[in-house]
Design a protein around this ligand. Sequence first.
Ligand code: PEP
Length: 251
Amino acid sequence: MSTRPYYIAGNWKMHKTRAEAAELAKTLAVQLKDGKHKYLVAPSFSSLETVGAIVKGTNILLGAQDVAAEEQGPHTGEVSVLQLKDLGVHTVILGHSERRHVYKEDDALINKKVKLALKHGFEVILCVGETIEEREAGQAEVVCESQIIWGLSGVSPGDLAKVTIAYEPVWAIGTGKTATPEDADAIHGYIRRVIGRLYGNDTAQKIIIQYGGSVKPENAAQLMAKENIDGALVGGAALKADTFVPIAKFG
Ligand code: PEP
């Protein structure tokens, strides 16, 4: 059982019209009102304003799923930190496996986004995780270590307080396969030791490390019971209150 505060975040990916997003946000605002943990929802850019108006003043924070690496300028199709700030966004999810593997974002680009988001006062959820080939080759730890070192390169100890790490094994995302609580906890512990080496043990003990990868109401409590698992980044199960609320109120 972690002694750190739990942080449960929902990544809605490219789902929901504004009306659908509004309906879910309204339900969550009511049903999580008495929730004891830190909560975030990250709708598509197109629903940020709508959802932001609903969660404003509640215990649910507003997140974006990505941000451009540049502040502004000729970047067709991108959305900037200035525009996200204008919409009241609190946190930016960066380095999600779909950004890394489908949209080919590399560690240098992700690091640029991390530093820009922190410079503009956002909190960041930095996602790391290995593919199935990397896991089978015994590379899970080194892959996560390298993504952490690169992703946090140039991030000051002060700014690290605004960073949450999400360990999301790529093979577990949207597949229905979940890492066992023991396997996930082992990698979380390893990540915490990497943070300890980079920023010192006190900081390592404080940093929140979420698990992501087919988290469901049925497995949330077992995952959260592990010493180094401090919350969840939830995809599929975040799309319905019926599945997200029990995760958010696990235990
Ligand atoms: C995610 O997209 O961050 C995720 C963990 O998805 P899912 O919960 O659907 O595996």
